[in-house]
Design a protein. Sequence first.
Length: 130
Amino acid sequence: MSPAQPTGPGVQVFGLPSDQATRAALRFFKERRIAIHEVDLKRKPIAPGELRRFVERLGASALLDTDGRAYRDAGLGYLRMGESEIVERLLADPRLLRLPLVRFGSEVSAGKAEATWKAWISGTNREGQQ
C-alpha cells in the first residue's frame, strides 16, 4: 500500500458523477487524505432515512437545487411546496437535490461548502471521532 492511503474519520458523499460540485467535493477530501464513501445517486437512490437526516439538520428547502435545470424543467418555481412535498419530490428525482450531500459523523452539508468541510477537518481531533 502507498503511504498516501486515507486515514482517520471518513465522509460520506452523495452525488452524481456528472455533477461538477460532487467531483469538487471528492477532490477536496482526496487531497486531504480523508476516507471517502461515495454514493452514486444515479445507481443507488438516497434512502428516505438518510434524506430525513439531512432534512432534520438543514431543512428541506436547503436541499432543493433551485438553480438547477431539473427544477426549471419541472416548473417548480411556480409552486409553493411544504417540507413534506419537497421531500417527496427529492426522493422521486435526485436531480433536484443540491449536490453534493456530505455527511461527516453527525454533521451534514448540502452543496459545495468548502469552508464547512475545512471546519470539520480541523475539528476532528476534538470532535468527529466516533
